[in-house]
Design a protein around this ligand. Sequence first.
Ligand code: IVH
Length: 676
Amino acid sequence: MFASPDDFSRAETLHKELNRHNHLYYVLDAPEIPDAEYDRLFAELVELERKYPELQSVDSPTQRIGAPPLPEFSEFAHRAPMLSLNNAFSDEEIEAFDRRIRETLDTHAIEYNMEPKFDGLAINLVYEQGVLVAGATRGDGSTGENVTANLRTVNAIPLRLNAPHPPEFLEVRGEVLMLRKDFELLNASQREKGEKTFANPRNAAAGSLRQLDSRVTAQRRLSFFAYGWGTAAGVTLPLTHSAMMEQLAAWGFPLTQLRATGIGVEGLLRYYRQIGEQRDSLPFDIDGVVYKVNSLAQQTTLGFVSRAPRFAIAHKFPAQEAMTEVLDIDVQVGRTGAITPVARLNPVFVGGVTVTNATLHNEDEVRRKDVYIGDTVVVRRAGDVIPEVVSVVPDKRPATARAFVMPTICPVCGSHIVKSPEEAVARCSGGLYCSAQRKQALLHFASRRAMDIEGLGEKLVDQLVERELLHTPADIYRLTMEQLASLDRMGEKSALNLLAAIEASKNATLPSFIYALGIRNVGEATAKDLSYHFGTLENLLQAGAEDLTAVSEVGEVIAQSILQFLAEPHNREVIRQLLAAGIHWPVVEKLSSTQANLSGKTFVLTGTLPGMSRDEAKSLIEGQGGKVSGSVSRKTDYVVAGAEAGSKLEKALELGITVIDQDQLIALIEQSKQQD
Ligand code: IVH
C-alpha cells in the first residue's frame, strides 16, 4: 500500500506544526500547546510514517528519537575551519587588544559584540537548502567527528531552517551544553541506577553527545546556543555580527539573552564585570566572555594570526577547577554535630583564592568519589561556595595511597559518632557537652547576622569555653570585667569594648534572636518567616506542629527541628535566661496591604544578599507570583539590592524605582503569603 495524497499532506502539516511547536518550546521558551497535545500530534506522525515509510524525511521531528548504534564515529571535514580564540586574563590584555585593533583600523572607537563564553562543546551544523544534513564536533578545527545522529536528537537544533528561501549552504557554529538543572537531574538518575556520575555539566554534555547509540543521547537533555557561522553560500550577509546573529535567530536558532554590544574598552570591561556578577546564578556554566569586532568589514580587514582571529578574544574568568593532591582526610565537627570529612590539600589557587581544604560532604560521598589519601583530585570552588572535591584523577594514584576510615568517636569530645538511617551525615552525640558544638553555637550566636557581638570571635570563644566561663549563650551576659581581664591578650580597653558590644547586642530584632538560637534547619530566611508569621516569641514558643507547617516555606523537617529544640528543657531555660538578661526587640512591623501581593510585580536582584542566594530570592518571589528580570527598566517595580550592588542600583535610583533590601523583601513576601 502506498500513501495517498491526503496522507502526504497530513504528514507535511504534522511536520510543520511539530517543528514549529518544538521551536516555540525549546528555543523561545513560549509553548502554545500543552505537552499532551504535542505528544498526540507526534504519535499521529509516528504512526503515519510507520505505515508509509516513504513519508519519512531527514527533517521529520520523529528523527529526534535516535538511531541504531554506530560502530564508531566517522571523520568529518569542516568546509570552513573552526578557529580557536586567544585568551586574556587581565584588563591590561583587553586594553592592548582594543589598542591593536584601533591602530590597525586607524579608528577612535570600536563597536564590539559581547557574549558569554559557553563552557560546553563546539559544534558545526551543516544545512543544505535549509535542511540539516550533518553535524560534527570541532576536533582539531579542520576535521571533527560526525555526530549527526546525536545532534538530531537535540531539540533546540532546527532540523530545517525557518526560511522560505534558505541559503544554499550554511555552516552554523555554536555550543552544545547541559543546563545545570539538567546536569543535577542526570547525576541523580545515574546515581539511582548505580551508574557513573559526571564531574561537571561540560563532561556530561560531552559524554552525552559522544554516544555511539544516539538513542542514549536522546534521553539526555542537551541544549544548544549558536554563536557564529562558517561558510554561508547563497545568502547576502548583513553588515555586523550582531545582525547576522539576529538572522540566525529568525532561522530558528537559539541565542543567549546575555548578548550585548558595547563601545571601546570601557564597554568591554563593564560587560565583563556584569556577567561575572551573574556567573554563579546563570542556568549554565560559562568560563569567560567573548568580544568580537561587530563590523564584518572590519573583521575582514583584521584577519587572522595562525588559527585565531585578530578581531575576537576570550576574556576568561578565574578558573573554578584545579588539580592538587590530598595530603590527608580528617573530619570536622559542625555546630549541629554534623561530622564532615574534609580533604587537606596541597594549597592550590582556584576560583580566585588559595584553597587548602575541600569538603567531601559525608562518608558515602568519599566512597562514591573513591577518594584516597595521596590521590590527585580536581577541586572546584564556584563563587562563595565551600570548595569541594569533584573527582579523582585515577591514573595519578600512588602505590602509597590509603583509604579514609571514618572515626567512630568524635575527635573533639570523645562521644560516639552516630548515624541515623534517614540522613547521609553522621553526627557527634555529645551536644552542648561537645566543645566543638558549644564553641560553634556560641560563635553563631555572636555572629554579625545573629546577635552581632563585635569582638567575640573564635580565639576568644575558644579561651572562654576552655576556661569554663561559657557554657551556653546566656553565660555571655554574665561575663565580668575581672574575668575578661584575666584572659590572654585582653587589655582593659578591649575588655571594656567587648562588654559594651555585649550590652549593645541586647537591643536585638526578633528574627536575629530566633536565628541566633541555632536551631537546626532554621536559617536567617526561615527565622524571618517565623517572625513575620508569629509576630511574637511567645507565639512561636507555644506553636505546635500544625501551627509551624502553616508558615509557608516551613515543612515537616523544619517544624520537627523547631519542636525538638524547644522540647529540650535546657534550651527553654537558655531562652528564659537570655530574656532575663535584658535582650529585647521592637514589635514586629507588618507592611500595609497595598504593598503586598507580588503578582504582576517585576523584581530585579542586584549585589549579594546577606542571607540568601539569588536563586533562593528568585524562587521566593516567583512563589508569590512575582517576576524576576535581569535588567532594570521603567517597568521594574522593585530593585532588591545587596552588598556591592552596581550599575543596576544606579539605574534604579535614576529611574526612581523603589529599592528594597533583603529584610524588606522577606517582609513583602510574608505579607503577600498572608493574603493568599
Ligand atoms: S567564537 C572565530 N563565541 O570557545 C571565533 N566561541 O577558543 C570562533 N566558545 O571551542 C569562536 N563560547 O566552542 C565563540 N560565544 C562564543 C563562544 C565560543 C564558547 C568556545 C568555542 C571554541 C572556543 C574557541
